[in-house]
Design a protein around this ligand. Structure first.
Ligand SMILES: NC(=O)c1ccc[n+]([C@@H]2O[C@H](COP(=O)([O-])OP(=O)(O)OC[C@H]3O[C@@H](n4cnc5c(N)ncnc54)[C@H](O)[C@@H]3O)[C@@H](O)[C@H]2O)c1
Length: 326
Protein backbone atom coordinates (compact mmCIF):
# COMPACT_ATOMS: atom_id res chain seq x y z
CA UNK A 1 0.00 0.00 0.00
CA UNK A 2 1.18 3.51 -0.81
CA UNK A 3 2.37 5.76 2.00
CA UNK A 4 -0.09 8.45 2.97
CA UNK A 5 0.78 12.14 3.14
CA UNK A 6 -1.28 15.24 3.85
CA UNK A 7 -0.90 18.60 2.12
CA UNK A 8 -2.63 21.52 3.87
CA UNK A 9 -3.39 24.33 1.46
CA UNK A 10 -3.28 21.81 -1.38
CA UNK A 11 -5.83 23.77 -3.39
CA UNK A 12 -3.40 26.68 -3.44
CA UNK A 13 -0.66 27.52 -5.87
CA UNK A 14 2.39 25.68 -4.52
CA UNK A 15 0.29 23.01 -2.78
CA UNK A 16 -1.38 21.92 -6.00
CA UNK A 17 1.94 21.50 -7.81
CA UNK A 18 3.26 19.61 -4.79
CA UNK A 19 0.21 17.33 -4.82
CA UNK A 20 0.70 16.53 -8.50
CA UNK A 21 4.32 15.52 -7.91
CA UNK A 22 3.49 13.49 -4.79
CA UNK A 23 0.81 11.56 -6.71
CA UNK A 24 3.29 10.94 -9.52
CA UNK A 25 5.80 9.69 -6.93
CA UNK A 26 3.26 7.12 -5.68
CA UNK A 27 1.98 8.78 -2.49
CA UNK A 28 -1.58 8.42 -1.28
CA UNK A 29 -2.38 12.14 -0.93
CA UNK A 30 -4.95 13.89 1.27
CA UNK A 31 -5.53 17.59 0.66
CA UNK A 32 -6.87 19.76 3.51
CA UNK A 33 -8.11 23.13 2.30
CA UNK A 34 -11.12 25.37 2.91
CA UNK A 35 -10.57 26.78 -0.59
CA UNK A 36 -10.77 30.43 0.50
CA UNK A 37 -7.78 31.05 -1.76
CA UNK A 38 -7.65 27.65 -3.36
CA UNK A 39 -9.39 25.72 -6.07
CA UNK A 40 -9.43 21.98 -6.54
CA UNK A 41 -9.42 22.47 -10.32
CA UNK A 42 -5.72 23.23 -9.85
CA UNK A 43 -5.04 19.51 -9.40
CA UNK A 44 -7.94 18.25 -11.55
CA UNK A 45 -5.62 16.02 -13.60
CA UNK A 46 -4.76 13.91 -10.52
CA UNK A 47 -7.98 14.42 -8.53
CA UNK A 48 -8.86 10.71 -8.71
CA UNK A 49 -5.75 10.00 -6.64
CA UNK A 50 -6.38 12.69 -4.02
CA UNK A 51 -8.70 12.64 -1.00
CA UNK A 52 -10.08 16.13 -0.61
CA UNK A 53 -10.75 17.10 3.01
CA UNK A 54 -12.53 20.44 2.84
CA UNK A 55 -11.95 21.95 6.25
CA UNK A 56 -10.66 25.00 8.00
CA UNK A 57 -7.14 24.28 9.14
CA UNK A 58 -7.96 25.80 12.53
CA UNK A 59 -10.42 22.97 13.27
CA UNK A 60 -8.03 20.59 15.06
CA UNK A 61 -10.64 17.88 15.71
CA UNK A 62 -11.65 17.70 12.09
CA UNK A 63 -8.16 17.74 10.61
CA UNK A 64 -6.93 15.13 13.10
CA UNK A 65 -9.16 12.64 11.30
CA UNK A 66 -7.64 13.61 7.97
CA UNK A 67 -4.14 13.05 9.37
CA UNK A 68 -4.68 9.53 10.72
CA UNK A 69 -2.28 7.11 9.05
CA UNK A 70 -0.14 9.82 7.43
CA UNK A 71 3.64 9.57 7.29
CA UNK A 72 4.06 13.31 6.83
CA UNK A 73 2.04 16.52 6.86
CA UNK A 74 3.18 19.32 4.54
CA UNK A 75 1.64 22.42 6.13
CA UNK A 76 1.18 25.08 3.45
CA UNK A 77 -2.25 26.53 4.31
CA UNK A 78 -2.01 30.28 4.95
CA UNK A 79 -3.59 33.52 3.82
CA UNK A 80 -1.02 34.55 1.24
CA UNK A 81 -1.12 37.45 -1.24
CA UNK A 82 0.64 40.73 -0.39
CA UNK A 83 -2.55 42.76 -0.78
CA UNK A 84 -4.23 40.58 1.87
CA UNK A 85 -1.48 41.35 4.41
CA UNK A 86 -2.56 45.00 4.31
CA UNK A 87 -6.33 44.47 4.05
CA UNK A 88 -6.92 41.27 6.11
CA UNK A 89 -4.21 41.30 8.80
CA UNK A 90 -6.43 39.76 11.48
CA UNK A 91 -7.31 36.80 9.28
CA UNK A 92 -3.67 36.40 8.19
CA UNK A 93 -2.62 36.16 11.84
CA UNK A 94 -5.50 33.96 12.90
CA UNK A 95 -4.95 31.36 10.18
CA UNK A 96 -1.18 31.57 10.60
CA UNK A 97 -1.10 31.10 14.38
CA UNK A 98 -4.14 28.98 15.10
CA UNK A 99 -3.49 26.98 11.93
CA UNK A 100 0.04 26.12 13.06
CA UNK A 101 -1.16 25.13 16.55
CA UNK A 102 -3.97 23.06 15.13
CA UNK A 103 -1.68 21.21 12.69
CA UNK A 104 0.84 20.37 15.41
CA UNK A 105 -2.00 19.20 17.66
CA UNK A 106 -3.54 17.07 14.90
CA UNK A 107 -0.17 15.48 14.06
CA UNK A 108 0.45 14.64 17.72
CA UNK A 109 -2.99 13.12 18.20
CA UNK A 110 -2.82 11.16 14.95
CA UNK A 111 0.80 10.08 15.59
CA UNK A 112 2.14 11.55 12.37
CA UNK A 113 5.95 11.21 12.55
CA UNK A 114 7.03 13.97 10.13
CA UNK A 115 5.99 17.62 9.80
CA UNK A 116 7.11 20.06 7.10
CA UNK A 117 6.05 23.70 7.56
CA UNK A 118 6.05 26.49 4.96
CA UNK A 119 7.47 29.73 6.33
CA UNK A 120 8.50 32.66 4.14
CA UNK A 121 11.30 35.02 3.13
CA UNK A 122 9.15 37.71 4.79
CA UNK A 123 10.51 36.59 8.19
CA UNK A 124 13.64 38.65 7.40
CA UNK A 125 11.64 41.69 6.24
CA UNK A 126 14.69 43.81 5.32
CA UNK A 127 17.51 41.28 5.65
CA UNK A 128 20.74 42.63 7.11
CA UNK A 129 22.75 40.48 4.65
CA UNK A 130 21.92 39.75 0.99
CA UNK A 131 22.19 37.05 -0.32
CA UNK A 132 20.58 35.89 2.91
CA UNK A 133 21.36 32.55 4.50
CA UNK A 134 19.22 30.73 7.04
CA UNK A 135 21.21 32.02 10.03
CA UNK A 136 20.42 35.71 9.44
CA UNK A 137 18.24 37.07 12.31
CA UNK A 138 14.50 37.35 11.75
CA UNK A 139 13.04 40.84 11.91
CA UNK A 140 9.69 42.42 12.68
CA UNK A 141 10.27 46.18 12.39
CA UNK A 142 6.89 47.60 13.38
CA UNK A 143 3.88 45.86 14.89
CA UNK A 144 1.70 48.81 13.80
CA UNK A 145 2.20 48.04 10.12
CA UNK A 146 -0.42 45.47 9.07
CA UNK A 147 1.92 44.07 6.44
CA UNK A 148 3.90 42.32 9.16
CA UNK A 149 0.85 40.28 10.15
CA UNK A 150 2.17 37.80 7.60
CA UNK A 151 5.90 37.84 8.45
CA UNK A 152 4.95 37.81 12.15
CA UNK A 153 2.64 34.83 11.67
CA UNK A 154 5.42 32.95 9.90
CA UNK A 155 7.95 33.68 12.67
CA UNK A 156 5.45 32.34 15.22
CA UNK A 157 4.63 29.32 13.02
CA UNK A 158 8.33 28.41 13.01
CA UNK A 159 8.45 28.71 16.80
CA UNK A 160 5.35 26.55 17.15
CA UNK A 161 6.74 23.92 14.79
CA UNK A 162 10.09 23.65 16.54
CA UNK A 163 8.89 24.00 20.14
CA UNK A 164 5.45 22.46 20.40
CA UNK A 165 6.63 19.70 18.11
CA UNK A 166 9.84 19.12 20.03
CA UNK A 167 9.40 15.68 21.50
CA UNK A 168 6.76 14.18 19.32
CA UNK A 169 8.25 13.91 15.87
CA UNK A 170 10.84 11.98 13.92
CA UNK A 171 11.41 14.91 11.60
CA UNK A 172 10.31 18.56 11.76
CA UNK A 173 11.47 20.88 8.99
CA UNK A 174 10.73 24.47 8.02
CA UNK A 175 11.30 25.84 4.55
CA UNK A 176 11.36 29.52 3.64
CA UNK A 177 10.27 29.94 0.03
CA UNK A 178 11.45 33.05 -1.82
CA UNK A 179 9.19 34.63 -4.46
CA UNK A 180 7.69 31.59 -6.13
CA UNK A 181 5.95 32.10 -9.47
CA UNK A 182 4.38 30.09 -12.26
CA UNK A 183 1.13 29.47 -14.14
CA UNK A 184 -2.11 29.70 -12.12
CA UNK A 185 -0.48 31.33 -9.10
CA UNK A 186 -3.44 33.58 -8.24
CA UNK A 187 -3.89 37.23 -9.08
CA UNK A 188 -2.49 39.21 -6.14
CA UNK A 189 1.23 38.81 -6.71
CA UNK A 190 3.70 40.94 -8.61
CA UNK A 191 4.27 38.49 -11.48
CA UNK A 192 0.61 37.96 -12.54
CA UNK A 193 -0.13 41.65 -12.00
CA UNK A 194 2.81 42.60 -14.26
CA UNK A 195 1.76 40.07 -16.90
CA UNK A 196 -1.87 41.26 -17.01
CA UNK A 197 -0.88 44.91 -17.06
CA UNK A 198 1.77 44.34 -19.73
CA UNK A 199 -0.88 42.58 -21.85
CA UNK A 200 -3.11 45.65 -21.41
CA UNK A 201 -0.25 47.93 -22.48
CA UNK A 202 0.30 45.78 -25.56
CA UNK A 203 -3.38 45.94 -26.48
CA UNK A 204 -3.57 49.70 -26.02
CA UNK A 205 -0.13 50.10 -27.63
CA UNK A 206 0.77 52.27 -24.66
CA UNK A 207 4.30 51.63 -23.34
CA UNK A 208 3.80 53.45 -20.00
CA UNK A 209 4.10 50.94 -17.19
CA UNK A 210 3.66 52.22 -13.65
CA UNK A 211 5.42 50.36 -10.86
CA UNK A 212 5.75 50.73 -7.09
CA UNK A 213 9.20 52.12 -6.23
CA UNK A 214 11.81 53.11 -8.82
CA UNK A 215 12.45 49.65 -10.25
CA UNK A 216 15.82 49.16 -8.59
CA UNK A 217 14.36 46.94 -5.88
CA UNK A 218 15.47 43.36 -6.34
CA UNK A 219 14.00 39.90 -5.89
CA UNK A 220 15.05 36.38 -6.88
CA UNK A 221 12.16 34.54 -8.51
CA UNK A 222 11.86 30.77 -8.28
CA UNK A 223 9.80 28.75 -10.74
CA UNK A 224 7.23 26.57 -8.97
CA UNK A 225 8.50 23.24 -10.37
CA UNK A 226 11.95 24.01 -8.97
CA UNK A 227 10.38 24.86 -5.62
CA UNK A 228 8.45 21.58 -5.43
CA UNK A 229 11.66 19.75 -6.29
CA UNK A 230 13.30 21.67 -3.42
CA UNK A 231 10.59 20.78 -0.89
CA UNK A 232 10.88 17.08 -1.72
CA UNK A 233 14.68 17.14 -1.81
CA UNK A 234 14.65 18.76 1.63
CA UNK A 235 12.16 16.26 3.00
CA UNK A 236 14.05 13.27 1.63
CA UNK A 237 17.64 14.34 2.30
CA UNK A 238 17.42 17.11 4.88
CA UNK A 239 17.61 16.56 8.62
CA UNK A 240 15.40 16.93 11.69
CA UNK A 241 14.91 20.41 13.21
CA UNK A 242 16.40 22.36 10.33
CA UNK A 243 15.38 25.43 8.31
CA UNK A 244 16.05 25.56 4.56
CA UNK A 245 15.78 28.28 1.94
CA UNK A 246 13.98 27.17 -1.17
CA UNK A 247 14.27 29.56 -4.07
CA UNK A 248 16.57 30.78 -6.76
CA UNK A 249 19.73 32.82 -6.26
CA UNK A 250 19.53 34.87 -9.44
CA UNK A 251 18.80 38.38 -8.12
CA UNK A 252 17.02 40.66 -10.60
CA UNK A 253 15.61 44.17 -10.40
CA UNK A 254 11.88 44.81 -10.64
CA UNK A 255 12.60 46.98 -13.70
CA UNK A 256 14.28 43.97 -15.32
CA UNK A 257 11.29 41.78 -14.49
CA UNK A 258 9.00 44.36 -16.13
CA UNK A 259 11.20 44.55 -19.23
CA UNK A 260 11.30 40.75 -19.72
CA UNK A 261 7.54 40.60 -19.20
CA UNK A 262 7.12 43.34 -21.82
CA UNK A 263 9.36 41.47 -24.27
CA UNK A 264 7.28 38.32 -23.81
CA UNK A 265 4.06 40.15 -24.68
CA UNK A 266 5.92 41.96 -27.50
CA UNK A 267 5.51 45.40 -26.01
CA UNK A 268 8.52 47.52 -25.12
CA UNK A 269 7.68 49.13 -21.77
CA UNK A 270 8.61 52.55 -20.43
CA UNK A 271 8.87 52.13 -16.68
CA UNK A 272 7.20 54.86 -14.63
CA UNK A 273 8.38 54.76 -11.00
CA UNK A 274 6.10 55.60 -8.07
CA UNK A 275 5.86 55.37 -4.30
CA UNK A 276 7.21 52.15 -2.80
CA UNK A 277 4.86 49.94 -0.75
CA UNK A 278 5.00 50.86 2.95
CA UNK A 279 7.00 48.11 4.60
CA UNK A 280 8.34 46.68 1.34
CA UNK A 281 11.99 45.68 1.23
CA UNK A 282 14.64 46.97 -1.23
CA UNK A 283 16.57 43.73 -1.81
CA UNK A 284 15.79 40.07 -1.43
CA UNK A 285 17.81 37.09 -2.58
CA UNK A 286 18.33 33.82 -0.73
CA UNK A 287 21.64 32.08 -0.22
CA UNK A 288 20.69 28.52 -1.18
CA UNK A 289 24.00 26.78 -0.47
CA UNK A 290 22.45 24.69 2.30
CA UNK A 291 19.94 23.26 -0.18
CA UNK A 292 22.58 22.93 -2.91
CA UNK A 293 24.56 20.72 -0.53
CA UNK A 294 21.53 18.38 -0.51
CA UNK A 295 21.66 18.25 -4.32
CA UNK A 296 19.05 20.92 -5.04
CA UNK A 297 19.65 22.89 -8.20
CA UNK A 298 16.99 25.17 -9.70
CA UNK A 299 16.97 24.67 -13.46
CA UNK A 300 14.23 26.88 -14.93
CA UNK A 301 15.56 30.29 -16.02
CA UNK A 302 13.50 33.41 -15.35
CA UNK A 303 12.92 33.87 -19.10
CA UNK A 304 11.66 30.30 -19.52
CA UNK A 305 9.52 30.37 -16.37
CA UNK A 306 8.01 33.71 -17.31
CA UNK A 307 7.35 32.49 -20.86
CA UNK A 308 5.26 29.63 -19.41
CA UNK A 309 3.56 31.97 -16.93
CA UNK A 310 2.72 34.64 -19.52
CA UNK A 311 1.30 31.99 -21.79
CA UNK A 312 -1.02 30.71 -19.00
CA UNK A 313 -2.26 34.17 -18.01
CA UNK A 314 -2.75 35.14 -21.65
CA UNK A 315 -5.00 32.12 -22.12
CA UNK A 316 -6.84 32.54 -18.78
CA UNK A 317 -6.98 36.29 -18.25
CA UNK A 318 -10.77 36.39 -18.45
CA UNK A 319 -11.14 33.65 -15.88
CA UNK A 320 -13.52 34.80 -13.20
CA UNK A 321 -12.31 34.08 -9.72
CA UNK A 322 -14.92 34.32 -7.01
CA UNK A 323 -12.51 34.07 -4.10
CA UNK A 324 -12.00 37.62 -2.90
CA UNK A 325 -8.70 36.62 -1.26
CA UNK A 326 -7.18 35.23 -4.48
N1 LIG B 1 4.02 31.85 -3.27
C1 LIG B 1 5.12 32.32 -2.71
O1 LIG B 1 5.93 33.00 -3.35
C2 LIG B 1 5.44 32.03 -1.26
C3 LIG B 1 6.55 32.66 -0.70
C4 LIG B 1 6.84 32.44 0.62
C5 LIG B 1 6.04 31.59 1.37
N2 LIG B 1 4.97 30.99 0.82
C6 LIG B 1 4.17 30.10 1.67
O2 LIG B 1 3.98 28.85 1.02
C7 LIG B 1 2.68 28.34 1.28
C8 LIG B 1 1.93 28.15 -0.02
O3 LIG B 1 1.85 29.39 -0.71
P1 LIG B 1 0.93 29.58 -1.97
O4 LIG B 1 1.54 30.65 -2.78
O5 LIG B 1 0.65 28.29 -2.58
O6 LIG B 1 -0.38 30.19 -1.29
P2 LIG B 1 -1.90 30.01 -1.73
O7 LIG B 1 -2.64 31.15 -1.13
O8 LIG B 1 -2.01 29.82 -3.19
O9 LIG B 1 -2.31 28.65 -1.01
C9 LIG B 1 -2.65 28.61 0.34
C10 LIG B 1 -3.86 27.71 0.49
O10 LIG B 1 -4.27 27.72 1.87
C11 LIG B 1 -5.68 27.68 1.92
N3 LIG B 1 -6.17 28.23 3.17
C12 LIG B 1 -6.17 29.52 3.57
N4 LIG B 1 -6.76 29.65 4.77
C13 LIG B 1 -7.13 28.41 5.13
C14 LIG B 1 -7.79 27.88 6.27
N5 LIG B 1 -8.17 28.69 7.28
N6 LIG B 1 -8.02 26.57 6.32
C15 LIG B 1 -7.65 25.74 5.31
N7 LIG B 1 -7.03 26.17 4.21
C16 LIG B 1 -6.78 27.50 4.12
C17 LIG B 1 -6.14 28.51 0.74
O11 LIG B 1 -7.47 28.20 0.35
C18 LIG B 1 -5.10 28.16 -0.31
O12 LIG B 1 -5.54 27.11 -1.13
C19 LIG B 1 2.00 29.35 2.20
O13 LIG B 1 2.20 28.97 3.54
C20 LIG B 1 2.76 30.63 1.94
O14 LIG B 1 2.69 31.52 3.03
C21 LIG B 1 4.64 31.19 -0.50
Amino acid sequence: MANKCVVTGGGGFIGSYLIRTLVRDGWDVTCIDNMTRGDQSRFADVADNVTLWRSDIRDADNITQACVGAEVVFHLAAVNGTENFYTQPELVLDVGLRGALSVVEACRRANVPDLVVASSAEVYQTPVVVPTDESVPLLLPDSLNPRYSYGGSKIVSELIAFNYARDHFRKVQVFRPHNVYGPNMGWKHVVPQFVLRALDCAERQDPHFAIQGDGSETRAFAYVDDVVDGILTMYTRGTHREVYHIGNDEEVSIAHLARITGALVEQELTIVGGEGAVGGTPRRCPDIQKMRRLGYNPTISLEEGLRRTVSWYKANRDMTHENALM
